[in-house]
Structures are given as structure tokens and as C-alpha cells.
Design a protein around this ligand. Structure first.
Ligand SMILES: [Zn+2]
Length: 200
């Protein structure tokens, strides 16, 4: 609080003084290690907003609301069958494999990370971990810890722990290691289409 007060001049603000001790409950940097399923992202907020605007009006009753949610869920399940229509954007085998497993929402998120992964380079360190850095951004450097025994990968950006989608840094290391598909553990059930069809 002292640093906030001195840097931003907020010491006297009662609202800030109340919020600061509770920062672990609201500040993104503190909740980065917890699974939030991307609900904190702008893309998710826009999706929910567009959905609610599409089914709500001044006359909408609660019963009608639940009916509309049910219909939307049914239509979404149907659209999963058209998943193959989502175009691949790279020729990396990881992308095609992920498309066969992930829901459209999750696949598009992973596809975005996969595209950005191509902008990074990885330097292997003495302990087998990787320093992954962006070709241009000086603050785009992350530490990726790789444990080959159980194909465990951990990135300092904590994207996977937070969203369940592997980050560009970890994906880059998998590409460097010549993986054609991500290990099964990185397809969490929350993001799989038809979890019941899992073969592992
Ligand atoms: Zn990362």
C-alpha cells in the first residue's frame, strides 16, 4: 500500500485502502495460477454479451430465457459437427490434431497461440529448461520448464493453469521438440468436444 501511495498518490483513497488487502481475490496477477476458463478475457465477455443481447428483450420472462439457452446449447452441439470447416492456418500437425479434439472456442484460442508461437525462439538452458523469447518484444521472454519423464511443461506466464489452453511459449517448445501432437494431458476435458468419446 505504501508503494501505491507513493507512486500513484492513492494513500488517502478509502476505496483503494479497502481493496488493497483483498487484492489476491481480484488482481489478475494474483489469480493467474487458478483455472478461470478464459472468463476473464475480453473475447469471452463479448461472446456472453452478444449471446444475452440475442435472447433478451424487455418482454423476456425467465421461462423463455431458459428455453432459449436450451435451444442455443442444442444448436451449438450441432455446429460441433461442422468443426472440420474451421480452416487450418498453419501446416503444423499440432493444429490439425487439436481441431479434432477441441471445441471451436478452445481450438480458436489454441490456434491463436500456435500462430504467435512462430514469433518466438527457444534457447535451451543447462538444466534442460528453455528461455523462450520474442523476436521483437524485449519483455516477451518466458521461462519454460520441461520435464521429459512425464511430458510435463510449465511456463512462467501461467496461461495453461489459468485458461486450460497451452501458451505460445510452451507450444513453441513442443514444436522445437518435433511433437506432431500435444500430449493428451494438455487437452483438458473442459475444452474437449464430446468428452465421452475420449480414448485415453
Ligand atoms: Zn507461456
Amino acid at each position: 500500500m505504501e508503494s501505491n501511495g507513493s507512486v500513484f498518490g492513492l494513500s488517502a483513497d478509502k476505496h483503494i485502502a479497502f481493496l488493497f488487502p483483498l487484492r489476491a481475490s481480484w488482481a489478475l496477477s494474483y489469480v493467474r495460477s487458478y483455472f478461470l476458463a478464459r472468463i476473464e478475457t475480453t473475447a469471452y465477455s463479448k461472446l456472453v454479451d452478444a449471446f444475452l443481447k440475442g435472447i433478451f428483450s424487455a418482454q423476456t420472462c425467465l421461462c423463455s430465457f431458459f428455453n432459449q439457452v436450451g435451444i442455443s446449447a442444442f444448436l451449438q452441439n450441432l455446429s460441433l459437427q461442422d468443426m472440420q470447416c474451421i480452416h487450418l492456418k498453419t501446416c503444423i500437425p499440432i493444429e490439425e490434431h487439436a481441431r479434432s479434439i477441441f471445441t471451436p472456442f478452445a481450438f480458436k484460442a489454441l490456434q491463436h497461440e500456435l500462430l504467435l508461437a512462430m514469433q518466438y525462439a527457444a534457447s535451451e538452458m543447462a538444466n534442460g529448461s528453455y528461455n523462450v523469447h520474442h523476436f521483437k518484444q524485449v519483455d516477451g521472454e518466458r521461462l519454460v520448464i520441461w520435464i521429459p519423464e512425464n511430458e510435463q511443461i510449465n511456463c512462467s506466464c501461467r496461461e495453461f493453469e489459468s485458461s486450460g489452453i497451452l501458451c505460445r511459449h510452451a507450444i513453441h517448445v513442443f514444436v522445437v521438440k518435433n511433437y506432431f501432437q500435444l500430449p493428451n494431458k494438455y487437452y483438458i476435458s473442459r475444452w474437449q468436444k464430446g468428452t465421452a468419446k475420449r480414448s485415453h
